[in-house]
Design a protein around this ligand. Structure first.
Ligand SMILES: C[S@@+](CC[C@H](N)C(=O)[O-])C[C@H]1O[C@@H](n2cnc3c(N)ncnc32)[C@H](O)[C@@H]1O
Length: 227
């Protein structure tokens, strides 16, 4: 199975991602709040935002509620995830657009004020991440921001080992049996989290003038890249 098909079938297999997220993404709510607060710092009255791997659209619902001038486009490879997002976001009618596609290839559109992503880009291979960062840069308006919250790899083998053990323990505390086995397989063998230092280097090569890590705990970080 190709990697995009693997990701798609994995997320299609989850009956209730909101239930799963609490158990597999440490600090999930805190991360979403952090994205919202980064958007709030810079939000103009009207803006255009793209969410890569929108999932059930939790952050986007908050953004659309808070900012009546916001327009959101959510891209996701999984129809099931888009169905959940549709349920949450249909009340915003044309302000919320949902697109089925692979963000490693999808058209991200022109003149976006924000491109955000949470717990999604670590699924992509490093080569695809680099190409994606180029496309994100091209798609942002002059003062556009890319805000990414994601699993990361440790900077050195010891940090990486510590973070992986910590995450393994977190999963063991929250899941059991097949659920635990499935997620360990997904997190430790199929995912491709990259070091922050590598991601910052690639973002610089894509043209971003500054990248700042604004939140970090164990194997998770939120950063903002300024065009
Ligand atoms: C762990 S969920 C996170 C969902 C949401 N961003 C959140 O934080 O609640 C990851 C989402 O990214 C989507 N995804 C992963 N890789 C993708 C890709 N290459 N293209 C589009 N969607 C992708 C999955 O289908 C899934 O909905």
């Amino acid at each position: 199975m190709s990697h995009p098909d693997l990701i798609k079938s994995y997320f299609e297999s989850l009956d209730n991602y909101d239930y799963v997220a609490e158990r597999v993404v440490p600090y999930n709510k805190e991360i979403h709040e952090k994205i919202l607060s980064e958007v709030s710092i810079w939000a103009p009255k009207d803006f255009d935002l793209v969410d890569l791997g929108i999932g059930p659209g939790e952050v986007d619902e908050k953004i659309l509620e808070k900012y009546p001038g916001a327009h959101v486009t959510g891209i996701d490879i999984s129809e099931k995830m888009l169905d959940s997002a549709r349920l949450k976001l249909h009340k915003f009618s044309e302000r919320a657009k949902l697109v089925k596609g692979d963000f490693d290839f999808a058209d991200l559109g022109p003149e976006r004020d924000f491109i955000i992503s949470s717990i999604a880009i670590h699924n992509s291979a490093d080569d695809d991440k680099m190409k994606l960062f180029d496309r994100i840069y091209d798609s942002l308006s002059d003062k556009g921001l890319f805000i990414n919250a994601d699993f990361i790899a440790g900077e050195d083998p010891q940090d990486d080992e510590r973070d992986r053990r910590w995450y393994f323990h977190f999963l063991e505390q929250h899941l059991k049996g097949t659920e635990l086995e499935t997620w360990i397989m997904h997190a430790f063998y199929e995912d491709n989290p990259a070091k922050l230092s590598d991601q910052f280097k690639w973002l610089g090569e894509s043209g971003f003038r500054k990248v700042e890590c604004t939140w970090k705990k164990m194997n998770l970080a939120v950063y903002v890249a300024y065009k």
